[in-house]
Design a protein around this ligand. Sequence first.
Ligand code: 5AD
Ligand code: SF4
Length: 436
Amino acid sequence: MNVRDSEAVEALLVANGHMSAAREDDADIVIVNSCSVRGKAEDKALGKLGLLCATKRDRPGRVVGLMGCMAQRLGADIFRKIPKLDFSVGTRQCGAIPRLVARAISGETNICEIASPDTPPDVPDAHGESGFSAFVTILLGCNRRCAYCIVPDVRGPEFSRPATEVVAEITELARHGIREVTLLGQSVMRYGIANAAWADGTVSPNGFTEPFPRLLEAVAAIPGIIRIRFTSGHPSGCTEELVRAMRLFPNICRHLHLPVQSGSDRILNRMRRGYTRADYLAAAHRLRGGMPGFALTTDVIVGFPGETVEDFEHTRTLMDEADFDNAFIFKYSPRPGTPAAAMKDDVPGEEKMRRNQVLLADQDVRGEAANQRLVGTVQEVLVEGPSLRNEERWAGRSPGNKIVIFDPPAGLQPGTVVGVHITRTAPQTLYGECVP
Ligand code: 5AD
Ligand code: SF4
């Protein structure tokens, strides 16, 4: 999501007469897009801002700005930590950045443009010019209140963009050569639930009634879009209608990132996730049931307050049962103002580290087995172009989002789909031969 916001801001600045710099050192304007989800991410952003502001000694005209969740969370306090910062802009005001840059260039400093996160968002629809794949934000903010999570505080309540706006943006992207879109939202299947996204009286050609499957149906019909992804999921959104849409439209990838966070009902309840282990597994089963080769990836937090060794072992067994293709494991990090911040952070750092490593080692074995199952299959690969390591071999991505390396047949064009017969694998990478 931050990658998408950064790209939109870059495109906005270019539209306002600025130029992209190839290297950070060359840039006269540097904006740090920050994340607040874990303390470590904020520490990194602060360190980076400190270094950037130090370069202003030799380059007095350089503009340094901050955007993203940390800007929203800290407000004007950021200028006490980073006195030389020129501007800080909130999560729902990215569109203001060109104006803030202009003010900073004319000598103003410590400009703070941060509104309450429930102000109506200013959603930039600008995109860069590169590649075949684009991110499209469809849902901002989040109305869930998972106990550990800072997102509702810094990104505000849910706001679904009107479906006509989303479809217009993707149609325009397709006209410029984009072949793959990833629809973004914190809890993406809640699209159109908190606020209406469809005009009254519009009907779905295939009889869908839920707003998110309807959006998928509309996007799937856009000429030139050969791949559709969406992230992140929540088990409550894995409805029969969603599965029907995913089965009906061949351009929807059979992959979902469905964060589970824990396999213990006691911890899920303390986390306020709104589902049980059984609910999660039922959702996974529904998705996999009708879609052979479906790829499921997840996020897990270890060391949430009160997580015992027994709770942790429940997470291990859940991960085996769900048989994830990939998993991101995070150590719990208390975030100020969240409900969990009031609970005792009682799992020692070393034990969090141990649980983290155990899950990573388990997942390595599972990921390797998942890759092995793909050997001998033919994967539909969206061709990106020459691989970074070896120009003679080309790279693309499978529907399950794995990198696939192959020898390109003569005349192969980036942005097309080829069948690749998989012959061997490495972690996160598949190798194979093109088939006609
Ligand atoms: N501590 C650790 N991990 C967190 N995540 C969100 N909040 C926290 C936190 N306070 C993780 C969740 C989420 C991912 C984006 O970050 O696993 O799915
Ligand atoms: Fe945070 Fe939960 Fe919303 Fe995800 S669903 S952004 S974890 S509050």
